[in-house]
Design a protein around this ligand. Structure first.
Ligand SMILES: [Zn+2]
Length: 237
């Protein structure tokens, strides 16, 4: 990783070429020297002029901008590496070490961010989660279930990609429990008897009522089907 990054910075130099070679790893001594050379040298934020120079130098250079294939190849390499038992054991041990934690915290404290920068990053992250990416992630996480409490206080399960009640692989536990009890056809409202389908025009028609009003008590005997009207009326009492 480090070697690759250096190669980018030193593009066009012999050292840059050498560092970019696959499998090349400088000796301990060289690494020590390199880190001494860098010590105290300010790395970014670059001035406007420097930024423009860098942008101009990189313009049109495909090697720098990572394509989706690059990313995929890197991902595959990482997965393969992670599947090596020795490596995984070593890393899991390292993650727990005090030293690693210290480095991690230094890594983030070393880059102070203004509120604007933070907001910009948050915005970018938010935008990066397109519907397509969410669907892809849901497909990937199929069968890997996690149980969280959603902002409304309900139990949310993930890993149900493809389930008729799921959105991006996520489904509220009480709905899934009642679905398994009643089946896909729907049922009549427990209170007024109106026939209800699970979904109607993309919206939930059948609502699941918690008899004891405990949103997280999802035992099937605590759950009954209800129409929206009766559900709302019950919440008010
Ligand atoms: Zn009703």
């Amino acid at each position: 990783m480090t070697a690759r990054r250096c190669a980018r910075v030193q593009r066009g130099t012999f050292v840059g070429w050498l560092m970019g070679k696959k499998g090349f790893r400088p000796s301990e001594e060289t690494r020590r020297k390199m880190s001494e050379t860098r010590r105290g040298r300010k790395r970014g934020p670059h001035s406007e002029e420097t930024k423009q120079k860098i942008a101009a130098a990189l313009r049109g250079k495909k090697g720098y901008v990572r394509t989706e294939e690059h990313r995929e190849a890197a991902r595959e390499r990482m997965v393969a590496k992670w599947n090596e038992e020795d490596y995984r054991a070593h890393m899991l041990e390292a993650f727990r070490s005090e030293e690693y934690r210290k480095k991690q915290s230094l890594g983030s404290t070393g880059r102070p961010q203004s509120p604007e920068q933070r907001q910009k990053i948050a915005q970018k992250t938010k935008e990066s989660w397109t519907a397509e990416r969410r669907a892809k992630m849901a497909e990937k996480r199929k069968g890997i279930h996690s149980r969280t409490i959603d902002p409304d206080g309900y139990v949310m399960l993930s890993g149900y990609g493809g389930h008729p009640l799921a959105l991006n692989g996520r489904v509220r536990e009480h709905r899934l429990v009642l679905w398994e009890k009643l089946g896909s056809a729907g049922a009549a409202c427990e209170w007024c008897g109106a026939p209800l389908a699970w979904k109607s025009a993309g919206k939930d028609e059948l609502v699941v009522d918690h008899l004891n009003f405990d949103k997280q008590d999802n035992r099937d005997e605590n759950l009954v089907p209800s129409c929206r009207g009766c559900n709302t009326a019950r919440e008010k009492t």
